[in-house]
Design a protein around this ligand. Sequence first.
Ligand SMILES: NC(=O)c1ccc[n+]([C@@H]2O[C@H](COP(=O)([O-])OP(=O)(O)OC[C@H]3O[C@@H](n4cnc5c(N)ncnc54)[C@H](OP(=O)(O)O)[C@@H]3O)[C@@H](O)[C@H]2O)c1
Length: 298
Amino acid sequence: MRILVTGANGMLGIDLCNVLSEAGHTVTRTDISLRPGLQAPPWLQLDITDAAAVLRAVEECRAEAVIHPAAFTNVDGCEKDPDTAFKINALGTWCVAAACSKLEIPITYVSTDFVFDGTKTTPYTEFDAVNPINHYGASKLAGERLVEKLCHRHFIVRTQWLNGAHGRSFASIMLDLAKTRTEWEVVGDQIGSPTFTLDLARTIASLQTSTLYGTYHVANRGECSWHTFARTILDMSGIKGITLHPIPASQWPSPTRRPAYSTLRRYNLELQGRDDLRTWQDALEEFLKHKSEITGAG
Ligand SMILES: NC(=O)c1ccc[n+]([C@@H]2O[C@H](COP(=O)([O-])OP(=O)(O)OC[C@H]3O[C@@H](n4cnc5c(N)ncnc54)[C@H](OP(=O)(O)O)[C@@H]3O)[C@@H](O)[C@H]2O)c1
Protein backbone atom coordinates (compact mmCIF):
# COMPACT_ATOMS: atom_id res chain seq x y z
CA MET A 1 0.00 0.00 0.00
CA ARG A 2 0.99 3.65 -0.41
CA ILE A 3 0.76 5.14 3.10
CA LEU A 4 1.32 8.73 4.24
CA VAL A 5 2.49 9.08 7.84
CA THR A 6 2.24 12.34 9.84
CA GLY A 7 4.65 13.04 12.69
CA ALA A 8 7.11 10.66 11.03
CA ASN A 9 10.09 12.06 12.95
CA GLY A 10 8.47 11.47 16.34
CA MET A 11 9.28 8.65 18.76
CA LEU A 12 6.49 6.42 17.42
CA GLY A 13 6.65 7.84 13.89
CA ILE A 14 10.19 6.64 13.22
CA ASP A 15 9.50 3.05 14.33
CA LEU A 16 6.19 3.08 12.49
CA CYS A 17 7.71 4.17 9.17
CA ASN A 18 10.47 1.58 9.49
CA VAL A 19 7.99 -1.22 10.28
CA LEU A 20 5.72 -0.20 7.37
CA SER A 21 8.66 -0.03 4.92
CA GLU A 22 9.96 -3.41 6.07
CA ALA A 23 6.46 -4.85 5.50
CA GLY A 24 6.68 -3.70 1.86
CA HIS A 25 4.54 -0.55 1.99
CA THR A 26 5.56 2.61 0.15
CA VAL A 27 5.77 5.22 2.89
CA THR A 28 5.63 9.00 2.55
CA ARG A 29 7.14 10.37 5.76
CA THR A 30 5.89 13.82 6.75
CA ASP A 31 6.53 16.02 9.76
CA ILE A 32 6.62 19.68 10.70
CA SER A 33 10.41 19.61 11.07
CA LEU A 34 13.37 17.25 11.05
CA ARG A 35 14.68 16.56 14.54
CA PRO A 36 18.49 16.61 14.52
CA GLY A 37 20.04 13.19 14.86
CA LEU A 38 16.80 11.33 14.23
CA GLN A 39 15.08 10.39 11.01
CA ALA A 40 17.12 10.86 7.85
CA PRO A 41 15.54 12.26 4.67
CA PRO A 42 13.67 11.66 2.40
CA TRP A 43 10.69 13.21 4.13
CA LEU A 44 8.17 15.90 3.33
CA GLN A 45 7.72 19.01 5.47
CA LEU A 46 4.01 19.15 6.36
CA ASP A 47 2.13 21.12 9.00
CA ILE A 48 -1.06 19.19 9.76
CA THR A 49 -2.90 22.41 10.67
CA ASP A 50 -2.67 23.57 7.02
CA ALA A 51 -5.73 21.90 5.45
CA ALA A 52 -4.79 22.71 1.84
CA ALA A 53 -1.21 21.47 2.29
CA VAL A 54 -2.42 18.23 3.88
CA LEU A 55 -4.84 17.54 1.03
CA ARG A 56 -2.16 18.34 -1.55
CA ALA A 57 0.38 16.02 0.14
CA VAL A 58 -2.07 13.12 0.37
CA GLU A 59 -3.15 13.62 -3.25
CA GLU A 60 0.38 13.97 -4.63
CA CYS A 61 1.66 10.73 -3.11
CA ARG A 62 -1.58 8.98 -4.14
CA ALA A 63 -1.87 7.59 -0.61
CA GLU A 64 -4.20 4.64 -0.13
CA ALA A 65 -4.20 5.19 3.66
CA VAL A 66 -3.00 7.78 6.17
CA ILE A 67 -1.56 7.02 9.61
CA HIS A 68 -1.66 10.03 11.90
CA PRO A 69 0.49 10.07 15.05
CA ALA A 70 1.49 13.78 14.79
CA ALA A 71 0.45 15.64 17.91
CA PHE A 72 1.36 18.18 20.58
CA THR A 73 2.44 15.53 23.09
CA ASN A 74 3.92 17.68 25.85
CA VAL A 75 1.23 17.16 28.48
CA ASP A 76 2.29 20.07 30.70
CA GLY A 77 2.72 22.24 27.59
CA CYS A 78 -0.90 21.44 26.62
CA GLU A 79 -2.09 22.36 30.12
CA LYS A 80 -0.33 25.72 29.98
CA ASP A 81 -1.37 26.43 26.38
CA PRO A 82 -4.71 24.71 25.63
CA ASP A 83 -5.24 26.73 22.43
CA THR A 84 -2.10 25.25 20.89
CA ALA A 85 -3.15 21.80 22.14
CA PHE A 86 -6.51 22.14 20.37
CA LYS A 87 -4.91 23.72 17.28
CA ILE A 88 -2.56 20.77 16.72
CA ASN A 89 -4.50 17.85 18.22
CA ALA A 90 -8.03 18.85 17.18
CA LEU A 91 -7.72 21.18 14.17
CA GLY A 92 -4.66 19.25 12.86
CA THR A 93 -6.58 15.98 13.07
CA TRP A 94 -9.61 17.68 11.48
CA CYS A 95 -7.43 18.62 8.47
CA VAL A 96 -6.03 15.10 8.13
CA ALA A 97 -9.47 13.49 8.51
CA ALA A 98 -11.01 15.92 5.99
CA ALA A 99 -8.36 14.99 3.38
CA CYS A 100 -8.98 11.27 3.98
CA SER A 101 -12.72 11.81 3.75
CA LYS A 102 -12.45 13.74 0.47
CA LEU A 103 -10.15 11.13 -1.07
CA GLU A 104 -12.16 8.23 0.43
CA ILE A 105 -9.19 6.52 2.07
CA PRO A 106 -8.92 5.07 5.60
CA ILE A 107 -7.27 6.96 8.45
CA THR A 108 -5.52 5.61 11.53
CA TYR A 109 -5.42 8.15 14.38
CA VAL A 110 -3.18 7.53 17.39
CA SER A 111 -4.91 8.54 20.63
CA THR A 112 -4.30 8.18 24.34
CA ASP A 113 -5.30 6.64 27.69
CA PHE A 114 -5.70 10.27 28.86
CA VAL A 115 -9.22 10.31 27.36
CA PHE A 116 -10.18 8.47 30.60
CA ASP A 117 -10.45 10.04 34.07
CA GLY A 118 -8.65 7.20 35.88
CA THR A 119 -11.38 6.48 38.44
CA LYS A 120 -11.74 2.80 37.44
CA THR A 121 -9.73 0.14 39.23
CA THR A 122 -9.81 -2.44 36.44
CA PRO A 123 -8.46 -2.02 32.89
CA TYR A 124 -10.35 0.32 30.55
CA THR A 125 -11.96 -1.23 27.48
CA GLU A 126 -12.89 0.56 24.26
CA PHE A 127 -16.52 0.54 25.52
CA ASP A 128 -15.84 2.49 28.72
CA ALA A 129 -17.01 6.11 28.98
CA VAL A 130 -14.41 8.76 28.29
CA ASN A 131 -13.96 11.78 30.56
CA PRO A 132 -10.61 13.57 30.13
CA ILE A 133 -9.29 15.50 33.15
CA ASN A 134 -6.66 17.63 31.38
CA HIS A 135 -6.33 19.68 28.19
CA TYR A 136 -4.08 17.15 26.43
CA GLY A 137 -6.71 14.42 26.93
CA ALA A 138 -9.56 16.75 25.92
CA SER A 139 -7.77 17.86 22.74
CA LYS A 140 -6.95 14.26 21.75
CA LEU A 141 -10.58 13.26 22.39
CA ALA A 142 -11.71 16.14 20.16
CA GLY A 143 -9.46 14.60 17.48
CA GLU A 144 -11.19 11.21 17.99
CA ARG A 145 -14.62 12.78 17.56
CA LEU A 146 -13.60 14.52 14.32
CA VAL A 147 -12.14 11.31 12.90
CA GLU A 148 -15.35 9.40 13.78
CA LYS A 149 -17.52 12.08 12.24
CA LEU A 150 -15.60 12.60 9.01
CA CYS A 151 -14.17 9.16 8.15
CA HIS A 152 -16.29 6.12 8.38
CA ARG A 153 -13.25 3.95 7.53
CA HIS A 154 -11.14 4.77 10.58
CA PHE A 155 -8.97 3.14 13.21
CA ILE A 156 -8.60 5.04 16.47
CA VAL A 157 -5.68 3.45 18.31
CA ARG A 158 -5.43 4.45 21.97
CA THR A 159 -2.10 3.76 23.61
CA GLN A 160 -0.11 4.76 26.70
CA TRP A 161 3.27 5.16 28.47
CA LEU A 162 5.31 4.93 25.23
CA ASN A 163 8.98 4.00 25.19
CA GLY A 164 10.86 4.16 21.93
CA ALA A 165 14.50 4.11 21.01
CA HIS A 166 14.16 7.31 18.94
CA GLY A 167 12.97 9.84 21.45
CA ARG A 168 13.04 11.13 24.99
CA SER A 169 11.15 8.40 26.80
CA PHE A 170 10.74 7.76 30.53
CA ALA A 171 13.29 4.95 30.26
CA SER A 172 15.94 7.19 28.69
CA ILE A 173 15.33 9.81 31.39
CA MET A 174 15.86 7.19 34.14
CA LEU A 175 19.03 5.89 32.44
CA ASP A 176 20.36 9.45 32.05
CA LEU A 177 19.67 10.28 35.71
CA ALA A 178 21.56 7.15 36.76
CA LYS A 179 24.72 8.58 35.16
CA THR A 180 24.90 11.46 37.64
CA ARG A 181 22.72 10.63 40.67
CA THR A 182 22.31 7.89 43.24
CA GLU A 183 18.77 8.69 44.41
CA TRP A 184 15.64 10.46 43.16
CA GLU A 185 11.86 10.48 43.52
CA VAL A 186 9.40 8.66 41.23
CA VAL A 187 5.59 8.72 41.35
CA GLY A 188 4.32 5.53 42.96
CA ASP A 189 0.53 5.92 42.81
CA GLN A 190 -0.19 6.15 39.07
CA ILE A 191 -0.78 2.84 37.32
CA GLY A 192 -0.59 2.03 33.62
CA SER A 193 1.08 -0.18 31.02
CA PRO A 194 4.51 0.78 29.65
CA THR A 195 4.35 0.22 25.89
CA PHE A 196 7.19 -0.32 23.41
CA THR A 197 6.73 1.79 20.26
CA LEU A 198 7.89 -1.11 18.06
CA ASP A 199 5.09 -3.35 19.39
CA LEU A 200 2.57 -0.56 18.84
CA ALA A 201 3.93 0.07 15.34
CA ARG A 202 3.63 -3.63 14.45
CA THR A 203 0.00 -3.70 15.61
CA ILE A 204 -0.86 -0.51 13.73
CA ALA A 205 0.75 -2.00 10.60
CA SER A 206 -1.24 -5.22 10.98
CA LEU A 207 -4.51 -3.28 11.33
CA GLN A 208 -4.03 -1.76 7.87
CA THR A 209 -5.31 -4.97 6.24
CA SER A 210 -8.38 -5.21 8.49
CA THR A 211 -11.84 -4.00 7.56
CA LEU A 212 -13.06 -4.02 11.17
CA TYR A 213 -12.81 -0.26 11.54
CA GLY A 214 -13.26 1.28 14.97
CA THR A 215 -11.46 2.00 18.22
CA TYR A 216 -8.64 -0.21 19.51
CA HIS A 217 -6.62 -0.18 22.72
CA VAL A 218 -3.00 -1.16 22.07
CA ALA A 219 -0.57 -1.40 24.99
CA ASN A 220 1.80 -4.02 26.32
CA ARG A 221 0.34 -6.61 28.70
CA GLY A 222 0.37 -6.10 32.48
CA GLU A 223 0.52 -2.94 34.57
CA CYS A 224 2.75 -1.20 37.09
CA SER A 225 3.45 2.15 38.76
CA TRP A 226 6.05 4.60 37.43
CA HIS A 227 8.15 3.68 40.48
CA THR A 228 8.07 -0.05 39.68
CA PHE A 229 8.76 0.71 36.04
CA ALA A 230 11.79 2.83 36.96
CA ARG A 231 13.12 0.12 39.28
CA THR A 232 12.74 -2.51 36.57
CA ILE A 233 14.54 -0.33 33.98
CA LEU A 234 17.52 0.05 36.30
CA ASP A 235 17.54 -3.63 37.33
CA MET A 236 17.32 -4.90 33.73
CA SER A 237 20.15 -2.52 32.77
CA GLY A 238 22.32 -3.96 35.55
CA ILE A 239 22.56 -0.57 37.30
CA LYS A 240 23.08 -0.96 41.04
CA GLY A 241 23.27 1.36 44.05
CA ILE A 242 20.35 3.66 43.16
CA THR A 243 17.62 4.49 45.69
CA LEU A 244 14.24 5.41 44.18
CA HIS A 245 11.81 7.09 46.58
CA PRO A 246 8.10 6.52 45.73
CA ILE A 247 6.07 9.72 46.06
CA PRO A 248 2.36 10.44 45.50
CA ALA A 249 1.45 12.18 42.24
CA SER A 250 0.15 15.09 44.34
CA GLN A 251 3.78 15.86 45.26
CA TRP A 252 5.03 15.81 41.66
CA PRO A 253 5.67 19.36 40.41
CA SER A 254 3.31 19.53 37.41
CA PRO A 255 0.36 21.76 36.51
CA THR A 256 -1.45 18.75 35.01
CA ARG A 257 -3.87 16.34 36.71
CA ARG A 258 -3.25 12.85 35.37
CA PRO A 259 -5.44 9.73 35.64
CA ALA A 260 -4.46 7.67 38.70
CA TYR A 261 -5.30 4.44 36.90
CA SER A 262 -5.32 4.14 33.11
CA THR A 263 -4.39 0.58 32.14
CA LEU A 264 -5.85 -0.17 28.71
CA ARG A 265 -7.41 -3.56 28.04
CA ARG A 266 -6.96 -4.60 24.39
CA TYR A 267 -10.55 -5.78 24.40
CA ASN A 268 -11.34 -5.38 20.69
CA LEU A 269 -8.16 -7.26 19.73
CA GLU A 270 -9.08 -9.94 22.32
CA LEU A 271 -12.61 -10.28 20.91
CA GLN A 272 -11.15 -10.79 17.43
CA GLY A 273 -8.66 -13.38 18.75
CA ARG A 274 -5.70 -11.27 17.61
CA ASP A 275 -4.30 -9.89 20.86
CA ASP A 276 -0.63 -10.88 20.59
CA LEU A 277 0.88 -8.07 22.69
CA ARG A 278 3.63 -9.32 25.01
CA THR A 279 4.24 -8.27 28.63
CA TRP A 280 5.74 -4.85 29.30
CA GLN A 281 8.73 -6.59 30.94
CA ASP A 282 9.50 -8.66 27.80
CA ALA A 283 9.05 -5.56 25.65
CA LEU A 284 11.29 -3.52 27.94
CA GLU A 285 14.04 -6.11 27.57
CA GLU A 286 13.93 -5.74 23.77
CA PHE A 287 13.67 -1.95 24.06
CA LEU A 288 16.85 -1.77 26.16
CA LYS A 289 18.71 -4.02 23.71
CA HIS A 290 17.42 -2.09 20.71
CA LYS A 291 18.28 1.25 22.33
CA SER A 292 21.84 0.23 23.12
CA GLU A 293 22.30 -1.06 19.54
CA ILE A 294 21.17 2.34 18.21
CA THR A 295 23.08 4.54 20.66
CA GLY A 296 26.05 2.23 21.00
CA ALA A 297 25.68 2.49 24.79
CA GLY A 298 26.23 -0.62 26.88
N1 LIG B 1 4.36 9.35 24.31
C1 LIG B 1 3.40 8.72 24.98
O1 LIG B 1 3.62 8.19 26.07
C2 LIG B 1 2.01 8.64 24.40
C3 LIG B 1 0.99 8.09 25.19
C4 LIG B 1 -0.30 7.98 24.63
C5 LIG B 1 -0.55 8.41 23.35
N2 LIG B 1 0.46 8.96 22.61
C6 LIG B 1 0.15 9.41 21.24
O2 LIG B 1 1.02 8.73 20.35
C7 LIG B 1 1.37 9.57 19.26
C8 LIG B 1 2.87 9.58 19.08
O3 LIG B 1 3.49 10.01 20.29
P1 LIG B 1 5.05 10.29 20.37
O4 LIG B 1 5.43 10.23 21.81
O5 LIG B 1 5.77 9.45 19.37
O6 LIG B 1 5.08 11.82 19.94
P2 LIG B 1 6.29 12.75 19.49
O7 LIG B 1 7.59 12.05 19.64
O8 LIG B 1 6.08 14.06 20.19
O9 LIG B 1 5.98 12.91 17.94
C9 LIG B 1 4.97 13.75 17.44
C10 LIG B 1 5.48 14.38 16.17
O10 LIG B 1 4.46 15.24 15.65
C11 LIG B 1 5.12 16.43 15.22
N3 LIG B 1 4.22 17.58 15.14
C12 LIG B 1 3.86 18.46 16.09
N4 LIG B 1 3.08 19.43 15.61
C13 LIG B 1 2.92 19.14 14.28
C14 LIG B 1 2.23 19.79 13.22
N5 LIG B 1 1.53 20.92 13.42
N6 LIG B 1 2.29 19.24 11.98
C15 LIG B 1 3.00 18.11 11.77
N7 LIG B 1 3.68 17.45 12.74
C16 LIG B 1 3.64 17.98 13.98
C17 LIG B 1 6.20 16.64 16.26
O11 LIG B 1 7.17 17.57 15.82
P3 LIG B 1 7.95 18.48 16.92
O12 LIG B 1 8.57 17.57 17.88
O13 LIG B 1 8.91 19.25 16.07
O14 LIG B 1 6.87 19.34 17.54
C18 LIG B 1 6.74 15.22 16.40
O15 LIG B 1 7.73 14.92 15.43
C19 LIG B 1 0.75 10.93 19.56
O16 LIG B 1 -0.43 11.08 18.81
C20 LIG B 1 0.43 10.89 21.05
O17 LIG B 1 -0.68 11.70 21.37
C21 LIG B 1 1.73 9.08 23.10
